[in-house]
Design a protein around this ligand. Sequence first.
Ligand SMILES: NC(=O)c1ccc[n+]([C@@H]2O[C@H](COP(=O)([O-])OP(=O)(O)OC[C@H]3O[C@@H](n4cnc5c(N)ncnc54)[C@H](OP(=O)(O)O)[C@@H]3O)[C@@H](O)[C@H]2O)c1
Length: 356
Amino acid sequence: MLMGGYHIAVVGATGAAGTELLRVLERRSFPVASLRPIGSARSVGKCVQFCGESIPVEKLDAGSFDKIDIAFFSAGGDVSRNYVPIACQADAIAIDKSSAFRMDPHVPLVIPEINAEDMRLHRGVIANPNCTTTVMLMALYPLHKIFRVHRVFAATYQAVSGSGTRGVEELTRQTKSWTEDEEGCSRRPAGDALSTATHHSHASHSEADKVFPHPVAFNLLPHVDSFLDSGYTKEEVKMQDETRKIMHLPELRVSATCVRVPVYRAHSVAVSAEFERAVSVEQAREVLAKAPGLQLVDEPHSNRYPMPLSVAGKDNCQVGRLRLDCALENGLSFWVSGDQLLKGAALNAVQIAELL
Ligand SMILES: NC(=O)c1ccc[n+]([C@@H]2O[C@H](COP(=O)([O-])OP(=O)(O)OC[C@H]3O[C@@H](n4cnc5c(N)ncnc54)[C@H](OP(=O)(O)O)[C@@H]3O)[C@@H](O)[C@H]2O)c1
């Protein structure tokens, strides 16, 4: 390692999470001696911008991690499973944003505000948690420290950028189609001003190009990740398993329903949590107002509460709509929103690197 900086590789540098990671490294003045942006063969010939320089993207291969100190991975689980071990063999520390190693008992799964001390046990790989789980825990964990949580019900509202750049493109394409084309006009309520708009033809996209199984524009998809035999989706099970691991609560019960919504950026979660100790809204507000990485926005009578548009591009998550839950013992309901590309991915990963 050179004095004054680290040699950094970013696998997935052209993707949604990777692009954001480059911006976070710049903005937090992370000490970078050299940057190696890495993608697939599709990205060869492209450049990324970093600190005023245009740097060519390299194709991922077995030599990608030579002389690298820290390798950030955001290119999906298969790439991580194949290349994280190669990075470790080359003596790089891998910070992985995929789900490949999150539940490996030898891999710390870290949200720095919650379990930074777990990083001490790392053997070369540190995992970044699922983005929705992170947003939920930024508010749940501070409450747990005081009131001791023992079960959680959650419904998520997940932005399309959680599915990467192709998810964003699909929402844009469908939104244009709905406002301009017959397909959209036929499904809008009669009399809607938009339904009288001029019709334009648009390039059709094959089933194979699709990220989502149904239209996501003007719709809700109660389906994030694949279905399991239990009826839950993988994303919903991640919310239970990862929460247990991060909070060191192996018995905690978390029941989630994960929903994709036509929002570009920032995930939200409606949480109802039951605690061992009695909880009041005033006490909860006091705890959450002091929690790191979190902003309390809870003035319902002035219509002030967290929203995706309020947190998009911001480091802090926001929590609001605090109320005693009328169906649970010692229960509290709240709403939390957070930029999943920042706290759920890039920012959290850079915070881990800063702790290293
Ligand atoms: N989006 C989020 O909010 C979010 C949040 C937390 C975690 N993550 C995780 O981050 C990872 C990437 O997500 P994303 O949303 O950034 O996806 P994305 O926008 O689709 O980007 C995928 C990136 O991976 C690269 N890639 C794909 N296959 C590759 C291969 N075989 N070899 C080398 N590079 C390859 C792509 O390079 P090309 O451009 O060359 O294809 C691109 O840079 C996933 O594991 C995801 O679970 C995402």
